[in-house]
Design a protein around this ligand. Structure first.
Ligand code: GUN
Length: 316
């Protein structure tokens, strides 16, 4: 469906021009993630043939949270499909930080392990910051260790968190050059909002990080050429948050029961409303979600190469 509108794009010459803006394009995360997974699998086959190297990912899962179990299962399945080795460590919900740190120390010392991922959230008795700081930064495939956070904000090479890395790939699938764009990130989590703000800044965007205490958040969001929703509040972002012609990336995935009584994943963006305003939008499911695991595979392969001084075939 085409709409006549004043298109306030951020590319040169688009400012305030009048034109026909079609319904937003859907950014297909499943296809883009599948392509990256294939590239990782091909690169892994090459490393095995040439160097006898099989990159290995270790996950540590603490407790019984069903969602965390299903995420970890999916990560292992993706590793196996790409030809990476996996190591599955489980601790009971009653485990202490000391137990978890002892497991991390074993994996840090294990030469078969290139990447270590502690599945979050952790039980309340364990301070996530304390345990993440114990992971060898060169094996920190989540990019959550303070050394990697510092590298990211300093513009230095390091491990880049998976979901934000995936968001950047999706953005770049529709706009190669993001320089000069107004980017608004709604949500300041350590896993998504903060690192994504750093990546957008590194891509020469003008970045605003909005959060639960931000006043006039919808008004601020309406300035955005690139709008990222990462708050975990189903359909919070409605039409009044979105500028005509914006690119909208929806990181939210909240499980809800639909009108048909079935469980479904709901994003932070009111998709139907956004689709008639934005230029491009990620769906939920099938947008950002598949990118997280694909980027985890890429980080694990990259870590395996760096640790051995081998050129990373998938270097950014
Ligand atoms: N829980 C939700 N997302 C993530 C993630 O990207 N990494 C880890 N380790 N835990 C998570």
């Amino acid at each position: 469906m085409a709409r006549r509108t004043v298109y306030k794009g951020w590319r040169p010459g688009e400012e305030g021009s009048e034109g026909v803006v079609p319904e937003a394009a859907i950014i297909d995360g499943r296809t883009i993630a599948a392509e990256l997974r294939k590239r990782v699998a091909d690169a892994a086959a090459g490393l095995r043939a040439v160097h006898g190297l099989i990159p290995g990912l270790a996950t540590i899962l603490v407790g019984d949270d069903p969602a965390s179990h299903s995420y970890v299962r999916a990560k292992h399945a993706a590793c196996v499909a790409a030809g990476l080795a996996t190591f599955d460590r489980r601790l009971p919900a009653t485990a202490s930080a000391t137990d978890l740190i002892a497991e991390i120390a074993r994996l840090n010392a294990d030469q078969r392990v290139d990447g270590i991922l502690v599945q979050l959230p952790l039980p309340a008795q364990i301070d996530a910051h304390r345990v993440i700081a114990e992971i060898d930064p060169d094996k920190d495939v989540d990019g959550f260790h303070p050394v990697n956070v510092g590298r990211l904000w300093s513009g230095l090479p390091g491990m880049v968190p998976c979901t934000p890395q995936g968001c950047m790939m999706l953005l770049r699938s529709v706009r190669r050059d993001l320089a000069g764009a107004e980017a608004v990130v709604v949500g300041r989590s350590s896993i998504v909002g903060r690192p994504l703000a750093a990546l957008l800044l590194a891509a020469d965007c003008t970045v605003t990080l909005a959060h639960s205490k931000t006043r006039h958040a919808a008004e601020i969001a309406r300035r955005a050429d690139i709008l990222i929703a990462a708050v975990g509040r189903p359909r919070l972002i409605g039409a009044e948050w979105i500028k005509s012609g914006a690119i909208v990336v929806d990181v939210g995935i909240t499980p809800m029961i639909g009108a048909d009584g079935r469980r479904q994943m709901v994003g932070d963006v009111d998709f139907a409303a956004a689709r008639s305003i934005a230029a491009a939008i990620t769906p939920v499911p099938g947008g950002v979600g598949p990118m997280t695991i694909a980027c985890l595979l890429r980080n694990t392969l990259g870590a395996a190469c760096r640790r051995r001084g081998i050129a990373d075939p998938l270097a950014l």
